[in-house]
Each structure stands twice: as structure tokens, then as C-alpha cells.
Design a protein around this ligand. Structure first.
Ligand code: COA
Length: 666
């Protein structure tokens, strides 16, 4: 499938990691070559992919036809020459620097000059693997996590000589593949393994020192880190040799604190799995959790000190890659900095290492770590503001809204900025307002906070709409609810073919409150606005273009150029009417001519939505016609307390992701 920048991808090494990466690429529509040394290895890799896909079919993640189509896009080969047209090749061979260098040397012989060559190494420096090559600028690190078709995290690593363009293109490809990329410096263990390996080692030390037994450490770790498997079970599942390899490598790079405990090595040599049996002793949970947390707090702070990753990426790495409920820095905030300081001081004293500066500074300030949730990057007079909560699909909560407003106003006032772009990090543009923020405030009976949040959001969107500088929404993936509303407040919406748009609100008991009931009809007309908002139907980028909901749909690789073209045209303060194709005109007239009650009876999709939310939404669309936007959004806000006080809103919001809501109309 053409994507503008990448058509054909390749993976060298058909082991577990390599074949998983190839599977993910193929399931995102790319043609993939899977290369290994001999036919049998290739066949084994393909068989493994087939089995994973079959399991996916059984779990109803794909239809048998989809699974067959994915498999048909992967071509197994032993011939490097087949990679002549590949746009990006990921090397995922055995963790041996010599073997990897040899692979790169062979790739250099056959691949096009503009092809990106990536290594999935977890222990070698990307720069070292690329040294000796004629064009090391195109070599980067893409470190995937097991299972790469399921785990969304990927560490994108720039080696010493990697070109910024290669890194940016590879990053874009990860987003295009639905991955959650984070940036890591080219440093041993990158971000996640750097603290994960020693976390496993610390669990073994706790056992060895007699602090607690295996079942107690397992239970304490699960509770403290919010995970389904403790360190020993994880080692049993992923392989004790891998844990030893990680700690050996880290120990060699960073010293004994990171090294492999003798007890772990003995277990490895015995070839036995850890014995998990026995009853945990809850009285020892705190002592265990404190030691595990201490080592993670120390290392996470050290890697930020060294510039390996940011605090945000470190936390995303833990949450997405390891499925911890909280990242290290969020966990430090939850412990409270004074208590976290005791734990870090203990680590520093035990191992005779210095307390990392980033931690010492924060502890001295006595304030929790603050996270940057909106990043700004400027290029050619365009300020791009990227919401950076990829693991929550960039859902908007209070801090995101506040940071977005601050970043937007700063960019709008900056004389060096000619245009502003709003973007989302990862696979989604914005999945709407943060549902958890709503639920929390409903449970705490602090609906006033939701009111303030919505009012501030409305004002920000109004400022965007009125901005004299062009404001462009860069919608590369999913846009839901508040995400569509933010895009609609921009002067231009530029989307990729993968973008989708929907208003799920009435299906979760509420209505769009950030101008959606006003700006949607202004863009696509009253009938289609009712269809979108009352039925919650998802529209593809192509459909969105046809009905005038978006301005441009371009392949990923052309997004930046399309955005620049919009900026060059200037702000749009008045919209021209858009001609809608016949099939959509029929939908529009049905929704425009029919009242809500009749729609509930005749349209299945409307019938399952929350009745009060439907009524208010429809009424707001009707009453907004011909009104200035300021008045329209004031009307939206005036129903906020009412809707968030309904049982149906609580039912809809709190059941999301767990079960189908049952609305009673109350
Ligand atoms: N608020 C808070 N968290 C959200 C969110 C939202 N609006 N949308 C997604 N997330 C979170 C999910 O809870 C999940 O967190 P977890 O990993 O801690 O469980 C994470 O983002 C990834 O989402 P996930 O559901 O795993 O991704 P998916 O691709 O399978 O499904 C959606 C995506 C969009 C279908 C699903 O997340 C969803 O329905 N979200 C709510 C959308 C919504 O109703 N928005 C309108 C709000 S007004």
C-alpha cells in the first residue's frame, strides 16, 4: 500500500522479534520481505507469524480473510538482493555485534541510497554498528518490545552520525504503524531496559538477602507497580537468559549497580525456572516495594541526567512498554518527593553513587515533577504544538488543556511564527476529552471542575478560530469528540488516509461541548451534523473530505508540504459552502427533516444512544443555526451541569471500555 514515503519494508532475522515486526508491518498494509540465512529459518518465522495470526482470528481480532491477506504481504527470502527496492530495513538478528555489522555491510551493497537501515539491537550502540559503513547517516535504532505486533512501544534511537531526516522519517513510519515511539539517546539499554533489567536484578537480590521469598516479592511488585506479572514470573516467561544478558551488558557499561547478581546467574546456569509457589507475606510488601521503587527512581533520574530520555518518555516507556500503571516519575510524585528521596539516598549509599542532579534538584524544591504534555517545535516560521500523551491517545485533561492554551497563545504572539499546527503524538490525533477526568469529578461531585475545564476549552478554541495566523490541524489518525472539535476550530484540517472522525458523545451519555454542536453544522450543514453527532457514525478521511469536514487528505509523507501550503494561504475567517455528494445529501435530508424521537425509533444507531444527550444535542444544533459562535457555545455550556448530573452520563462514561452501557433516559 502506498504511503508516500514507504511502500516496501524488510526485516532481516526471522526469529521471534523479527517475525513479529514483519507481522506488524504487514498488518498495517505494507509489503514486507522477511530475510534469514536459510530456507528453514525463513519457514519457521513465517509459521510463527501464521500461528500468531490464527490466535488473533480465534480471539476475533481479525477475520480469516484479513489474516490471510496479512500473511500474503510477507515474502520470505534468503536473498539480500530482494531488498533492492526496500524503503526501510530492520535488522533483528542474533545479538552479536559482528553478525549485525555483517548484515549492515550486506545491506549497504544492495539497498537504495535513500533506504533507512535500522537495528533492533537492545545492547549495542547504533553508532558503533554503523561505523565502517559508507553511509552511516541512514542507520538508526528502532528498538521494539516483545511481542512487537502487540506491544506499542518503540524506542527510536539516533546514532552519533544518523541524519535527522532518517530519524524523522522512521518516527513517522512508527506512528503510521500505530506504534508509540519515544526518543532515546544512543546509550546502552536505551531508556526502558536501563531500569527494567536492574529492577529484575533487585528482585533477585531481595530474595538472596532473605528480605522476602519469591511469592512475596511477586505480590508486592504487582501491587506497587500495577502489573499482572511480577519480576520472577516475567523472567520465567521471557527467559532468564535474556535477563542475564541485559544485566551483564548494563553492568559492563555502567558498573556494579547494574550488574547481574550471582543468584540470578546461578539460576540461569541451573536451567530451571523460578519456583513461584507459596503464600505471600503481606507484612513484607512495603519493604520489598521500597527497594524496587528505589532502584527505579535512581536509574530513571540518572538517565534523564545523562540526556538519554526525558521524564515524559521514561514514563511512557514504562507504561506502554512494560504496562506499569505508573511511570517512574509519576510514581515518585505519588510516593511524595521526601519519601522518594529516602529511597534514592539509600541506593546512593548502598552503591556509593551520587544522587542524580535532576532528582536532587526536585527533592530540594519539594515539588512534584511536572510533565510537558504539549511540545512545541518550530521550523520555517511554523510552530507545531504536539499533544504528547500517546498512551492515552492524547485525551485532553486539565493539564493538557492548560499547556495547550499557554503554548498556543505564546505561538500566536510570537512574531517569528507565521502559522500554527496542532498535532497529536502516536497513532491518534486526539481521542477526545479525558473520560477519567469526567468520571473522577462526577464521583467526587465536583462537576464545577468539568464546567471550568469546558469553559476554558471553549475559550481556547474560540481564540484559535479567531487567530489572524493560520491554524492547521494535522490529523494523522483517530480524531474523536473533543479531538474533532479542536480540529474544527482550526482554519484547515489536513488529514492522512488513515484518519477517522467520530463523535462518540451521545453514546456515552453526553453531548459535544467544545463547540461541536455549532462548528460541525457550520462546516457540513445541519443534516450531516445531526447524522454525525446523533448516530456517532465513524467517517473515514475520504468521507470527511467528501462532506467538507476536512480540507485535504494526503499521504503521510506529504503532510508537511500540505500544511505549508495551507499556512501560505493564510487564516480562513469565513468558510465557503461545500457541495455534498448525493449519497450524503440523502442522509442529510433524513436527519434534518426527522425529529429526535422519530430518529430514535427508525435509526438503529441513534436508538442505542442516551436519550437526554440526543435531545440536547439536537436542540443545540437547531438553536445554533444563524447564531454567532459565541452565543452557540454559551448555549452548549448552559446545559453542562444538567447533562453531567444524569445517571445516563455516569453510566455511559464509567462503562466505557468495560461493557455496553444501559441508558434509562434519566
Ligand atoms: N480518555 C481517557 N483515556 C482514553 C481516552 C479518553 N478519551 N481514549 C483512549 N484512552 C486511553 C484508554 O483508556 C487506554 O488506556 P489504558 O492503556 O490505560 O487502558 C489508552 O488510551 C489506549 O486506548 P485503547 O482503548 O487501548 O486503544 P484502542 O485503539 O484499542 O481503542 C478507542 C481506542 C478510541 C476506541 C477507545 O480508547 C475509546 O473508546 N476511547 C474513548 C473515546 C471517547 O469516547 N472520546 C470522547 C470523549 S468526549
Amino acid at each position: 500500500m502506498a504511503d508516500g514515503t514507504f511502500d516496501t519494508l524488510a526485516v532481516v532475522g526471522a526469529g521471534n522479534m523479527g517475525s513479529g515486526i514483519a507481522q506488524k508491518m504487514a498488518s498495517e498494509g505494507f509489503d514486507v520481505f522477511l530475510v534469514d540465512l536459510d530456507e528453514e529459518k525463513v519457514r519457521r518465522g513465517l509459521r510463527g507469524i501464521g500461528k500468531t495470526l490464527d490466535a488473533g482470528v480465534e480471539r476475533k481480532l481479525f477475520t480469516p480473510e484479513q489474516a490471510a491477506a496479512i500473511l500474503s504481504r510477507i515474502r520470505g527470502t534468503t536473498r539480500f538482493e530482494d531488498l533492492r527496492d526496500a524503503d526501510l530495513v530492520v535488522e533483528a538478528v542474533f545479538e552479536d555485534a559482528g553478525v549485525k555489522r555483517d548484515v549492515f555491510a550486506r545491506l549497504e551493497q544492495v539497498c537504495r541510497r535513500d533506504a533507512i537501515l535500522a537495528t533492533n539491537t537492545s545492547s549495542f550502540a547504533v553508532g558503533d554498528l554503523a561505523s565502517g559503513l559508507q553511509w552511516p547517516d541512514r542507520v538508526i535504532g528502532l528498538h521494539y518490545f516483545f511481542h512487537p505486533a502487540k506491544n506499542r512501544l518503540v524506542e527510536v534511537v539516533a546514532g552519533e552520525r544518523s541524519s535527522a531526516a532518517a530519524v524523522a522519517r522512521a518516527w513517522m513510519l512508527q506512528e503510521r504503524m500505530g506504534k508509540t515511539p519515544i526518543r532515546s539517546k544512543d546509550s546502552c539499554g536505551f531508556i526502558v531496559n536501563r531500569f527494567f533489567g536492574p529492577w529484575l536484578a533487585e528482585a533477585v537480590r531481595l530474595l538472596d538477602e532473605g528480605v522476602a521469598d519469591v511469592p512475596t516479592i511477586e505480590a508486592a511488585a504487582k501491587q506497587a507497580f500495577g502489573i499482572g506479572m511480577g519480576p520472577f514470573e516475567l523472567m520465567n516467561v521471557t527467559g532468564i537468559p535474556i535477563a542475564v544478558h541485559t544485566d551483564d551488558t548494563l553492568g559492563a557499561a555502567f558498573g556494579p549497580l547494574y550488574g547481574t547478581p550471582d543468584r540470578l546467574r546461578r539460576q540461569f546456569e541451573s536451567g530451571e525456572a523460578w519456583d513461584l509457589s507459596g503464600e505471600p507475606e503481606p507484612a513484607k510488601f512495603d519493604a520489598v516495594a521500597d527497594r524496587l521503587a528505589g532502584i527505579v527512581f535512581y536509574i530513571a533520574s540518572a538517565l534523564v541526567d545523562e540526556g538519554v530520555g526525558t521524564i515524559e518518555d521514561t514514563d511512557i516507556g514504562a507504561r506502554v512498554g512494560l504496562r506499569w500503571r505508573f511511570g517512574p516519575f509519576e510514581l515518585m510524585n505519588r510516593y511524595g518527593l521526601p519519601r522518594a528521596k529516602q529511597l534514592v539516598d539509600d541506593v546512593a549509599a548502598r552503591w556509593r553513587v551520587a544522587v542524580p542532579r535532576v532528582f536532587a534538584r526536585q527533592a530540594a524544591a519539594g515539588a512534584p515533577f511536572a510533565f510537558t504534555l504539549v511540545r512545541r517545535a518550530d521550523a520555517d516560521g511554523i510552530a507545531t504544538l504536539t499533544i504528547d500523551r500517546p498512551d492515552a491517545l492524547n485525551a485532553i485533561n486539565g493539564p493538557v488543556m492548560a499547556q495547550l492554551a499557554a503554548a498556543f497563545h505564546a505561538a500566536a504572539a510570537d512574531p517569528a511564527v507565521d502559522g500554527i499546527v496542532l498535532a497529536g503524538s502516536g497513532k491518534a490525533f486526539i481521542a477526545g476529552a479525558d473520560i477519567r477526568f469526567f468520571v473522577k469529578n462526577m464521583e467526587a461531585k465536583t462537576i464545577a471542575r468539568i464546567y471550568e475545564f469546558t469553559k476554558a476549552g471553549q475559550q481556547l478554541l474560540l481564540d484559535m478560530q479567531r487567530c489572524r495566523k493560520p491554524v492547521v490541524a494535522r490529523v494523522q489518525g483517530l480524531a474523536l469528540g473533543g479531538g474533532v472539535e479542536i480540529a474544527l476550530a482550526c482554519h484547515y484540517i489536513v488529514a492522512t488516509p488513515k484518519a477517522t472522525f467520530a463523535f462518540p458523545e451521545t453514546g456515552i451519555g453526553i453531548y459535544p461541548g467544545l463547540g461541536g454542536t455549532q462548528r460541525t453544522p457550520a462546516r457540513v450543514g445541519r443534516g450531516l451534523a445531526k447524522w454525525l453527532i446523533l448516530s456517532g457514525e465513524t467517517v473515514t478521511a475520504e468521507q470527511a473530505l467528501a462532506i467538507g469536514l476536512v480540507d485535504r487528505v494526503v499521504p503521510y509523507g506529504e503532510l508537511d508540504a500540505a500544511i505549508r501550503a495551507c499556512v501560505a494561504k493564510g487564516a480562513v475567517l469565513e468558510r465557503q459552502p461545500h457541495a455534498v455528494p448525493d449519497d450524503f445529501r440523502a442522509i442529510a435530508s433524513k436527519y434534518e427533516a426527522t425529529d429526535v424521537e422519530a430518529l430514535r425509533a427508525s435509526e438503529k444507531r441513534v436508538g442505542v444512544k442516551a436519550p437526554i444527550a440526543l435531545r440536547i444535542a439536537s436542540d443545540l444544533i437547531d438553536r445554533g443555526e444563524g447564531q454567532p459562535i459565541e452565543q452557540g457555545i454559551a448555549m452548549e455550556l448552559s446545559h453542562l451541569e444538567e447533562i453531567f448530573s444524569t445517571n445516563d452520563a455516569y453510566e455511559g462514561l464509567s462503562s466505557l471500555g468495560k461493557r455496553r452501557p444501559v441508558f434509562t433516559g434519566a
